[in-house]
Ligand binder design. Structure first.
Ligand code: 4AD
Ligand code: MG
Length: 502
C-alpha cells in the first residue's frame, strides 16, 4: 500500500493526475453537499474536497463525521490552487477510513504547556512540534555534513563511563556490576584519545546531566556534538566554531524556510549569522555587566515589558467583556483559545518584570572569579545581533582539563559561545591542559581518584600535543533558531527532573 501512496510534498509533480494520499484529519469542515478535509501526512498539509455527488452516499456520511486525527486514505485528482493550504487540492473520488476518531484530546491551541507535555505522545503531531522536528533533522544532518566535509572522523564514545568528565555534582549513577559508573556527561575525554590517533575527530550522541534546576535551558538528557582537534590554538577553535554554526544556520534557512515561518522564527536575524562573530574576554564581559550602560539597558527593557503587559491586559479585558454577551459557539471557542494564549503571554511578561530587577542587581554585583550565570549570559547576548564568544574564564570557575593561559595563570584558554537575542550559551569549549604535571595537579585538586585518570594522563606522556575542542548542545541551538522559549520543545521526548514517563 505504501508504494501506491503519493506524499503531499510531491503533489506539485502530480497536477492533473489521480493520486492516493494517506494521512490524518487536521481540520474538517463538513457541509450537506461538500466536505472540506485538511489532511496531514507528515510531509505537508493538503485540502481535500469531497462532493456528495462524486462518492458513494454511505462513504460521504462517514467522512462528514470524521473527527480530528482520524486516519484515512483519499484518492482523487490533484489541482493547483494558490489559496489552498500547501497550494494544491485533491478532488476526492474515493476514500478508505482506517480509524475514525472522535474527541481527540488536543484541540487547536486551547491548552497549557503542562497538559501538552503530559500528552506528548499525541502533541508530537502538532504543526509546531512537526516544524521543530523537521528543523532538528536538518540541524543534525548539517552537523554531520560539516565535520565530514572538513576532514573529521566520527568516533562513537561510550555512554557508560567510570570517570567524571565535567563536574561531580551532576552525575547519574549507574548500578554497574558493583563498580562505580555514570552516564556520560561528555565524550570529550575519550575523544582526546581518538584525536591523537586521527588528528581531527568528532562524537555526537546523547549526554546526561543530573540537573536539579528546572530552567528553560536544562535537560537531563540532551544531544551534544563534540569536535576535538590536535595541533590547535584557541583562535583556531573559535574560527571552526563560527564557521560551523554559520553553516548550520545556512542549511536551516535553505531547507526549512516554511517551518521557520510557521514557528514565527526571526528569519531576517538568522540571515545575519555569518563569520566573524563577536569576541569578548571574560574580563571584558564582567566589565559590561557591572557598567552603567547595562543598568540603563535593563531599565529600558523593564519599561518595554510594562508597556507590553498593559497591552496584553487590555486585550484580555476586551475579550472577557465579549464573552459575557450573546455570542456564537465558534466565537466563544476562539476567544477561549485566545485567552489561554494571552494569559500565558501575560504570565511570561510578569516573570520578566519580576526578574528584571533581580538580574540588574546580579549584574551590578558581579564579581570577577565566578562563572557567568544564566541571567548574565542573557544580558550579554541581548546586546548583540550575532553570537558572541566569551573567552579566558577564571581557572577556578571551569573544568579541570582546561589549559591555563601562559600569559595569565588565573585564567584558562577556553570559550563559551552565546547565541544572540538573549538565548545564552550554546557552545562550551577549550584548549586542553597538555602538560602532564599541571593536569596531575588539577586532578588532585578536584579530589578525583588518580587511578581512574591514568589513561587520560597517559595522553600527556606519549606524544602530547596542544589540542582542544568544543561541545554544541543541539536542543539549545534549535531553541535559538526557532525562537522556542524552552528547550524541552526541541527534542521529541524531553527528559527533565520531573519528567520521565513519556
Ligand atoms: O559547556 P559544556 O558543559 O561543555 C562540555 O561538556 C565540554 N566537555 C565540551 C567539549 O569541550 N568537548 O556543554 C557543552 C554544551 C553547552 O554549551 C550547552 O549547549 C549544552 O552542551 N548543554 C546542555 N544542554 C541542555 N541541557 C543541559 N543540561 C546542558 N548542559 C550543557
Ligand atoms: Mg558550559
Amino acid at each position: 500500500m505504501l508504494n501506491d501512496l503519493t506524499r503531499i510534498c510531491s503533489l506539485k509533480d502530480n497536477v492533473g493526475k489521480t493520486v492516493t494520499i494517506g494521512g490524518w484529519v487536521y481540520h474538517s469542515r463538513p457541509g450537506g453537499k461538500v466536505i472540506f478535509l485538511v489532511v496531514r501526512d507528515g510531509s505537508g498539509l493538503c485540502q481535500c474536497i469531497i462532493e456528495k455527488t462524486t462518492v458513494p452516499e454511505e462513504l460521504f456520511r462517514q467522512l462528514s463525521h470524521l473527527g480530528m486525527e482520524s486516519s484515512l486514505t483519499l484518492t482523487g485528482a490533484v489541482r493547483a490552487d494558490g489559496r489552498s493550504v500547501g497550494g494544491y487540492e485533491i478532488a476526492v473520488t474515493d476514500a478508505k477510513i482506517f480509524c475514525p476518531t472522535q474527541d481527540y484530546p488536543i484541540t487547536p491551541k486551547a491548552h497549557g504547556i503542562d497538559f501538552l507535555l503530559k500528552n506528548r505522545h499525541l502533541h508530537l503531531r502538532s504543526q509546531r512540534q512537526w516544524g521543530i522536528g523537521k528543523i532538528r533533522h536538518t540541524v543534525v544532518n548539517a552537523i554531520r555534513q560539516f565535520f565530514n566535509d572538513n576532514g573529521f572522523t566520527l568516533v562513537d564514545t561510550p555512554i557508560l563511563t567510570g570517570i567524571v568528565g565535567e563536574e561531580a555534582g551532576s552525575l547519574f549513577n549507574v548500578d554497574y556490576f558493583e563498580m562505580p559508573a555514570f552516564l556520560t556527561q561528555t565524550g570529550q575525554l575519550h575523544l582526546e584519545c581518538a584525536a591523537l590517533s586521527f588528528g581531527k575527530v568528532y562524537c555526537f550522541g546523547p549526554t546526561f546531566r543530573a540537573e536539579k534546576s528546572k530552567t528553560r535551558r536544562h535537560l537531563t538528557e540532551f544531544w551534544m556534538v563534540e569536535p576535538e582537534v590536535a595541533f590547535v590554538t584557541l583562535p583556531d577553535l573559535l574560527e571552526i566554531a563560527e564557521n560551523f554554526v554559520s553553516f548550520i544556520v545556512k542549511q536551516v534557512l535553505e531547507k526549512n524556510e516554511e517551518e521557520l515561518k510557521t514557528l514565527g522564527a526571526d528569519i531576517e536575524s538568522l540571515k545575519k549569522i555569518t563569520p566573524p562573530f563577536y569576541r569578548l574576554t571574560y574580563t571584558q564581559a564582567s566589565e559590561i555587566l557591572t557598567s552603567q550602560k547595562t543598568q540603563d539597558f535593563l531599565a529600558a527593557q523593564l519599561d518595554e515589558f510594562k508597556k507590553l503587559k498593559q497591552e496584553i491586559e487590555n486585550k484580555i479585558a476586551a475579550l472577557e467583556i465579549e464573552t459575557k454577551g450573546q455570542i456564537k459557539q465558534w466565537r466563544q471557542d476562539k476567544i477561549t483559545a485566545e485567552l489561554i494564549d494571552l494569559r500565558s503571554d501575560l504570565a511570561e511578561i510578569e516573570t520578566k518584570i519580576e526578574n528584571n530587577p533581580k538580574h540588574a542587581k546580579l549584574a551590578s554585583e558581579f564579581k570577577w572569579g565566578g562563572d557567568l550565570g544564566g541571567s548574565d549570559e542573557t544580558i550579554i547576548s541581548l546586546m548583540y545581533d550575532k553570537p558572541v564568544f566569551v573567552t579566558h574564564y577564571p581557572r577556578d570557575a571551569k573544568a579541570f582539563y582546561m589549559k591555563q593561559d601562559p600569559e595569565n595563570p588565573k585564567v584558562v584558554q577556553n570559550f563559551d559561545m552565546l547565541a544572540p537575542a538573549g538565548f545564552g550559551e550554546i557552545i562550551g569549549g577549550s584548549v586542553r591542559e597538555d602538560i602532564y604535571e599541571k593536569l596531575l595537579a588539577r586532578i588532585n585538586e578536584e579530589g578525583y581518584k588518580l587511578e581512574n585518570y591514568q589513561w587520560y594522563l597517559d595522553l600527556r606522556r606519549y606524544g602530547s600535543v596542544p589540542h582542544g575542542g568544543f561541545g554544541l548542545g543541539v536542543e539549545r541551538t534549535i531553541a535559538w533558531l526557532t525562537g522556542e522559549k524552552h528547550i524541552r520543545q526541541c527534542i521529541a521526548f524531553p527528559r527533565m527532573m520531573d519528567k520521565i514517563l513519556i
